[in-house]
Design a protein. Structure first.
Length: 227
């Protein structure tokens, strides 16, 4: 059961950020397991359990990041990740398609929902779905605006793909995106109720997740038909 992250969690993340080398990690590997890897596995499990009880119709599976950096991306960065994250996605333990996500670093933590793949066809279908029913998507965005404090992640197209008004254009003209909240590390990250807080956030984001899921599934179906 998740008991909260601790100051030692922050200390380990700060350490690996500024001492990203094998000798330092091996010396602090027990700290990694006790203060970061163990708690994030517990947080993942407890949050997923709450989500599954609240939305039993959603076939969500967890994926937890590794501390070891992909060998193809080591150059100039060190062999270890300086963050950890988990995702929930439908029917697979691979972090693909629309996902709910949580991430912690030495300086911040964040959570949200989105699609990270930069796929021009997928985003074209996304825009077509907004065009088909702009009212429904507008209502989803307005609900998020009422909560406030979120940010959109993802590169914008240099040339606008269309104009949908001030509210929707930041969504409509992205190559990929995720929507979420980011906070500086503070005492709230040490609290035991974080799974419940994530349930509340992910529940509010469920309509957006389902919209992304619909777009992603349609893109996959049309891809199969082409072959």
């Amino acid at each position: 059961m998740f008991q909260g992250f601790t100051e030692e969690t922050t200390e380990f993340l700060m350490g690996i950020t500024f001492n990203n080398e094998r000798s330092w990690f091996l010396e602090h590997k027990q700290d990694f397991e006790r203060f970061l890897h163990g708690p994030i596995k517990e947080l993942t499990s407890d949050t997923l359990d709450l989500i599954q009880k609240t939305f039993p119709e959603e076939d969500l599976w967890p994926h937890i990041s590794r501390i070891y950096r992909d060998a193809r991306r080591v150059y100039g960065k060190g062999p270890y990740q300086d963050n950890m994250w988990f995702t929930f996605q439908r029917g697979t333990t691979k972090s693909i398609g629309p996902v709910f996500w949580f991430e912690i670093t030495a300086f911040s933590y964040s959570y949200g929902v989105g699609i990270w793949e930069q796929d021009a066809k997928l985003m074209k279908i996304f825009r077509e779905e907004i065009d088909r029913d702009p009212t429904s998507f507008t209502q989803m965005v307005q609900k998020l605006d009422a909560i406030g404090g979120y940010r959109l992640y993802g590169d914008m197209y240099k040339k606008l793909k269309g104009r949908q008004g001030t509210l929707l254009e930041p969504w409509y003209n992205r190559k990929s995106f995720s929507v979420g909240w980011e906070f500086s590390l503070d005492a709230s990250i040490y609290e035991k109720d974080l799974p419940q807080r994530l349930l509340e956030v992910f529940s509010n984001l469920m309509p957006m997740y389902r919209f992304f899921r619909k777009v992603y599934d349609f893109a996959a179906e049309t891809q199969e038909e082409e072959f």
